[in-house]
Design a protein around this ligand. Structure first.
Ligand SMILES: Nc1ncnc2c1ncn2[C@@H]1O[C@H](COP(=O)(O)OP(=O)(O)OP(=O)(O)O)[C@@H](O)[C@H]1O
Ligand SMILES: [Mg+2]
Length: 235
């Protein structure tokens, strides 16, 4: 698949000398939502961290639009349009919502959108601009994290545990938002404990086990196959 936005092949990565990934292969096409599933400790977060250079990459290749990024530092990969939203959302709690958004603009290196774009997508943030981020609800924090990530004008969002700690109605609202964001041309690699949610919003999925991809396919096929889901995942 040479037309992939992201192409990871044979990726080995870990933490210092401790290996966690043993040859991960995956692709994400432009504007595509891809789910990355698997049990605790399977290597999902490490895969995201490996792609943006926050885990030690020891072998394999990572290409963005055909350009090798496997040896580039994190900031350079971010400038090429890959934005990571970590499990803790990476928000600065003692800064205001506005200042958190400004940090997103800075990270965008001149290509960024502005505050108005963020507020247009998540109007509630417009009412909270001068509040400390620590005062936001869990759902608002996730909106801030995604809004800030979008200000960097990414081509690929890496979202870790997107729905964690959020109420189901907020998750539904945000999940619908992800579909719209993808439709605007932003691809996503979505790590989720909630496999059904991830499968509903994604086009394809990969399942990891012990640092390897052990299954993959179109998400609707997985959703319709309870045995396959149960074999791999906690559902
Ligand atoms: N900072 C670290 N230092 C050393 N080993 C780590 C570190 N972070 C994770 N690991 C190890 O790497 C392996 C993969 O962990 P990873 O966090 O990628 O799993 P995960 O699939 O994201 O799990 P979870 O669903 O619990 O978030 C595990 O064996 C874990 O113990
Ligand atoms: Mg994880």
């Amino acid at each position: 698949m040479t037309s992939s936005l992201l192409e990871v092949a044979g990726l080995h990565a870990g933490y210092g000398r401790i290996p966690a990934l043993f040859g991960v292969d995956l692709q994400v096409a432009a504007g595509e939502i891809v789910a990355l599933l698997g049990r605790n400790g399977a290597g999902k977060t490490t895969t995201l961290r490996g792609i943006i250079g926050l885990a030690t990459r020891t072998a394999g290749s990572i290409a963005l639009n055909g350009m090798a990024i496997g040896r580039r530092p994190t900031h350079a990969i971010a400038r090429m349009g890959v934005t990571f939203v970590p499990e803790d959302r990476g928000i600065f709690p003692s800064l205001t919502v506005r200042d958190n958004l400004r940090l997103g603009r800075l990270a965008g290196n001149g290509r960024s959108g502005d505050e108005a774009d963020a507020v247009a997508r998540f109007p509630i943030l417009g009412e909270r601009l001068d509040q400390e981020a620590s005062s936001l609800s869990g759902g608002e924090r996730q909106m801030l994290a995604i809004a800030r990530a979008l200000l960097t004008r990414p081509r690929l969002l890496l979202l870790d545990e997107f729905s964690e700690g959020l109420q189901p109605n907020i998750v539904r609202e945000l999940a619908a938002g992800l579909g719209e964001i993808a439709a605007s041309g932003v691809a996503m690699l979505l790590v989720e404990q909630n496999a059904r949610l991830a499968l509903r919003v994604s086009a394809r999925c990969y399942v990891m086990e012990k640092g390897r991809i052990v299954d993959e396919g179109p998400s609707p096929v997985f959703l319709a196959d309870d045995d396959r889901l149960r074999r791999h995942l906690v559902v």
